[in-house]
Design a protein around this ligand. Sequence first.
Ligand SMILES: Nc1ncnc2c1ncn2[C@@H]1O[C@H](COP(=O)(O)OP(=O)(O)O)[C@@H](O)[C@H]1O
Ligand SMILES: [Mg+2]
Length: 215
Amino acid sequence: MKVISFLNPKGGAGKTTAVINIATCLVKSGYKIAVVDTDPQRSISNWNQQDKAIFDLYTAENEKDVYQVRKQLTGYDYVVIDGAGSLSIITAAAIMVSDLVIIPVASSPLDFSSSGSVLSVLEAQAYNRQVPAYYLITQSKNHANMLKIIKNNIAHTGIPRLINSLSYYEGFKTSLIDNGTIFDTKNGKAIAIVQLLTSEIITLLKTEGNDETSI
Ligand SMILES: Nc1ncnc2c1ncn2[C@@H]1O[C@H](COP(=O)(O)OP(=O)(O)O)[C@@H](O)[C@H]1O
Ligand SMILES: [Mg+2]
């Protein structure tokens, strides 16, 4: 079992959208998936009121629930944690139990700085065990300058970024409103992006996992 957390205290960064679509893609790829909603606003739980999710959904009330994840959700291939919308003790707990941290950032320079607080917790955690972390650019449009700025910002942190971005597609918004995912739309391009991103993450977990045993 591997734990992947999507963390950024900035609301609107694209955490929940990434979690719902990537977790769905992982189930469609044959994996057994649990998603843990740690957001006090319960975005995923609200989205799933009609119980349409094809992954198993759990809620974490507090950091203790997050610490239990590795013990209690052992039957899953991957546990995906949707981070809270503020830097909380839950974020620190999620980093501690994670094999991989993904930091979604909306492709707007104004949105970038709040992700720094996640990096501080990652740095502190590295004294115990280094957790691999990657930025994920979300909501990017065909705007070369904007992308350049955000990529530069990321490069300055020294944290790598996922090759695939969760580009802006209306389908990501509309499918959530209908309690579905991008797989319920006919948007082949957006679906392909989620599939590419998901395989990139699986590959990373396999290679990072191997590195870990040699530390
Ligand atoms: N790739 C995307 N394309 C279009 N809209 C997106 C995309 N990612 C997120 N959004 C929209 O942006 C808003 C915030 O995204 P959300 O995933 O809820 O962020 P967070 O969980 O970080 O607060 C939502 O309305 C969501 O539908
Ligand atoms: Mg959210």
